[in-house]
Design a binder for this molecule. Structure first.
Ligand code: FES
Length: 144
């Protein structure tokens, strides 16, 4: 009898681990002091790989950690002003994830429509918080 009960509770625990998180919440990803101006860090929230960076003005930004050109991890890139530059070909992405510069193209040439996802991010209570879900819901909620 006890064995059956034990097995049932183990099954329930296993199934709970199969359930994903609710993405429409703020999640603390790091101490704010661990990310200095001009630095990038990789962050993982459930299944989302995110590159979090602090630009030269101290503003935080969060982009999907995958360059839209070849999928290279953006957290391996460099902060350039307010943008994050991919390590491979140097494409630069702004805080919205939009490609805004390709270093080897003439300035007058039209850029491709390359974009990576951006996430709402904020610094509060000494922590960095990211909202991985529907960004239109981020303003309505606050970190706990
Ligand atoms: S893979 Fe990112 S710019 Fe080429």
């Amino acid at each position: 009898m006890e064995l059956v009960t034990t097995l049932k509770s183990q099954t329930v625990r296993t199934r709970i681990r199969d359930v994903g998180i609710n993405p429409n919440h703020w999640y603390a990803v790091s101490w704010a002091t661990d990310l200095k101006v001009g630095q990038v860090m990789p962050v993982k929230i459930w299944e989302w790989a995110i590159a979090v960076y602090r630009d030269i003005n101290g503003q935080l930004h969060a982009l999907e950690d995958s360059c839209p050109r070849r999928g290279v991890a953006l957290h391996k890139g460099k902060v350039k002003g307010a943008n994050l530059a991919c390590r491979y070909h140097g494409w630069e992405f702004d805080s919205r994830g939009q490609c805004v510069k390709i270093p080897y193209l003439p300035p007058t040439q039209k850029l491709p429509c390359a974009q990576t996802r951006s996430f709402p991010i904020q610094e509060l209570h000494g922590l960095i918080w990211v909202f991985p879900g529907d960004s239109s819901l981020a303003e309505a909620s606050q970190p706990p």
